[in-house]
Design a protein around this ligand. Structure first.
Ligand code: PHB
Length: 396
């Protein structure tokens, strides 16, 4: 999907347009007739396309809870394919903020795209909700009053599995990851957790993003023969890696772990190769709470498939936006009150409690999970209520 497409989720827009044109009406009435524009910058093509789709579905599902209205105003989505290409981040953000004049930016998935997008969002002081990209800096040294995250930081998503393996006494671990910000920061998070034990990282292999040629890495790992391998791959790349791992005969020899992205939204495509893989993540399919049950049923009903962590992050981006917009009764210019409400958000998410740190990154439980019959089953809590260290953030 190239270029901008619109999905007017509005009801009665004809009448609304006529009301808006009557300039003598008081501001709240005009506002009520004018849509809140949400600019969605997500990958709808390439290796992360299924993440973009799940996030969009989750976001729409949340808006649908109130008839696609927030704070008394209809919401209009303007979608743009980020293509998960970092060089396009700034120009796409400019298109949405200055061209489309969106009220809120929702995106992206890829940390490199996020860095470029956030540069523009900071300059333009545009309200931004990041429903995936984990770049540590965005809620660290580059944190900003207008930037919020409904997902995780890269460090945060990988520290827990490192800690679990350290506590288990795992000795020799190899790392394989896409060699860009997300993979490198995931490696650092894992190492920080693993440093609690007396194990060592025996080798570290980077693969260029979005390459899915893993043979050289697999050969190298087989030679080193570690006790466990920790990998960062997601979307189409995760499908390919897990299948290649099994095909290379490593599945029954070396324990494979990762942040949960490795098995999120892809177990149907991975099939038997995914069975038994143990990961840590801020979500699991089987979480036993009322919000998760309702969310999974509503998602399956509307989209005809099961949701995943990316859908949850999109859903919670909608929930977060709802908190802000309702607090200012649809007045998106009331910046101080809007940001204060977003910062103080505290609601029940399918993942459990949702609340933000002073740096605007979720403080959340990380679950230990294992794939059973294609389902990411919760096995326990790897690290409870984990906050990102938010290095260099001066918001608090
Ligand atoms: C990222 O680039 O920040 C990223 C992408 C995909 C994931 C997680 C993080 O699953």
């Amino acid at each position: 999907m190239n270029g901008i497409t619109r999905r007017g989720v509005l009801k009665g827009m004809g009448a609304a347009g006529a009301v808006a044109a009557a300039s003598t009406l008081p501001a709240p009435y005009v506002r009520a007739a004018t849509p809140i524009k949400a600019g969605i910058l997500l990958p709808y093509s390439g290796t992360y396309s299924r993440l973009g789709e799940a996030i969009t579905n989750g976001f729409m599902l949340n808006l649908g809870k109130s008839g696609d209205m927030l704070g008394g105003r209809p919401v209009e989505l303007v979608r743009l394919d980020s293509e998960a290409k970092p060089p396009l981040g700034p120009s796409n953000a400019t298109k949405l903020i200055n061209g489309e004049k969106v009220d809120v930016l929702v995106g992206p998935v890829h940390s490199g795209v996020a860095m470029g997008m956030a540069k523009i969002a900071r300059e333009e002081e545009a309200l931004t909700i990041i429903p995936n990209a984990g770049a540590d800096q965005l809620t660290g040294v580059l944190c900003a009053p207008n930037i919020f995250r409904s997902s995780f930081s890269n460090w945060q998503a990988s520290y827990p599995m490192g800690k679990v393996l350290a506590d288990r006494g795992t000795k020799r671990v190899a790392l394989i990851y896409w060699n860009y910000a997300a993979g490198k920061q995931a490696a650092q998070g894992f190492k920080d957790g693993f440093a609690d034990g007396d194990g060592e990282i025996v080798t570290e292999i980077g693969v260029p993003f979005p390459e899915v040629e893993f043979q050289a890495a697999l050969t190298q790992v087989a030679e080193v023969n570690p006790d466990a391998v920790y990998v960062f791959f997601s979307g189409g790349g995760a499908v390919k890696f897990v299948k290649d791992w099994a095909a290379a005969g490593l599945k029954d020899k070396i324990a494979l772990h990762g942040p949960g992205f490795l098995t999120e939204g892809v177990t149907d495509a991975q099939g038997e190769a995914a069975e038994g893989i143990e990961t840590a993540m801020h979500y699991a399919d089987t979480l036993d709470n009322p919000e998760n049950k309702a969310f999974r049923a509503a998602y399956a009903d509307r989209f005809g498939k099961n949701p995943d962590v990316f859908a949850v992050q999109g859903y919670d981006a909608g929930a977060l936006l709802r908190v802000g917009v309702e607090a200012v009764q649809g007045d998106m210019d009331a910046r101080g009150d809007l940001y204060a409400a977003l910062s103080a958000a505290d609601f029940a998410s399918p993942r459990g409690r949702f609340r933000l740190s002073a740096a605007h990154n979720p403080i959340q439980d990380f679950y230990l999970r294992q794939v059973e019959n294609g389902v990411n089953v919760v096995k326990g809590i790897a690290v409870a209520q984990l906050a990102d260290p938010a290095k260099g953030c001066k918001l608090a």
